[in-house]
Write a protein that binds this ligand. Sequence first.
Ligand SMILES: NC(=O)c1ccc[n+]([C@@H]2O[C@H](COP(=O)([O-])OP(=O)(O)OC[C@H]3O[C@@H](n4cnc5c(N)ncnc54)[C@H](O)[C@@H]3O)[C@@H](O)[C@H]2O)c1
Length: 382
Amino acid sequence: MNGIPLRWQVRERREIAYDVIKAPQLFHPDNAALLSLGRRDGGRRFVVVDNNVARLHGRAIRSYFAHHGIEAGIAVFPGGEEHKTIEVYQELLRELDAFPIHRRDEPIIAIGGGVLTDVAGFVAASYRRSVPHIKVPTTLMGYIDAALGIKAGINFNGNKNRLGSFEPPLAVFLDKSFLRTLPHRHLLNGMCEIIKLAIIRDVALFELLEAHGAESVAACFANPAGDDILDRAIGGMLDELAPNLYEEQLSRKVDFGHTFSYGLETRHEDRLLHGEAVLLDILVSIFIAVHRGLLPEDDAGRVFALVERLGIKPDLGVLGTEVMWQSLLDRIEHRNGLQRVPMPAGLGQCVFLNNIARRELETAVLALHARLKATHEPACER
Ligand SMILES: NC(=O)c1ccc[n+]([C@@H]2O[C@H](COP(=O)([O-])OP(=O)(O)OC[C@H]3O[C@@H](n4cnc5c(N)ncnc54)[C@H](O)[C@@H]3O)[C@@H](O)[C@H]2O)c1
């Protein structure tokens, strides 16, 4: 058409490159790792800190920035799923707006559990259409899962993570000394995600958990075997996440335990932690896998024995076929029209199912009820 263009093309590839770095004693005054990214001549940092972390570690964090001549605007933010809201997100944005930072060389620093890094990550992704951020996980859940990838978000309109972003951090710094102050329930909560990875992709990790899981929880992972477990879990998680950061591929092994749990944790937010809901989903899935002949009974027995050895007591009271079925229906939308439910085919192996029936789910829920009731009843009543 005589030189009149019919279309213009825009193509851009954004390279994603960040390190997940083991950083013991991250807030020791002599440790400059955290400040190695961003401007070197002091300046300012907006630091978002979980309220319990601020209570237990706040003095060290404040003195660290003061020692390095950084003006830190510290925003203390309550952890817990009930605070993963649009209101908290907006409040943080207002605090950030009142503490101006350079747009490129004064990264936001997020120090806390999965709730905090998810919300602060979304703040960073949306403020001025994206400013850099650094994540410092302080819970086991954050350490082996939530802080490792590029997803951030908040709950919205009764749905988990309904608003959010894919935004890579500049780096993730892992200082496992934070785990020393983490309540036992939250250590077990993170363990549930490690169990997930072990069942669906890594039988050697499962064996490590069988041999040293309980001892590692008791030691808050300060023992050598605890290191092995963390290293394997982090390496395995990153192997799964890194080639699929934007989730173009929707059949994801790491979604094992994240189909029926979604509805459970949304409905019972006051009662279930994320990992606890994931474990219930895993155990129901184990029965589906056994009934389909995918998973040998012996392997299922090992999963239940491990859960018991770790001292995890799944909350049977929340199990319900209807809420779990609705959850699966929502996941079908999320997974672009197919169930894509990861299922163990032997320990350490995964297949994806697209034809789970409501009746099948119901049978598995009843079987789990029966199994756990039998385990938890006192021997004389059996
Ligand atoms: N972005 C992702 O890819 C991803 C992956 C997995 C989970 N998540 C999200 O992570 C969230 C759950 O994270 P979580 O389990 O860390 O919960 P959380 O952030 O609410 O932290 C749990 C509790 O531990 C406290 N705490 C944190 N660090 C502590 C420490 N060192 N010592 C003492 N107390 C401490 C917090 O104040 C809170 O009460 C969920 O919202 C889930 O959706 C995100």
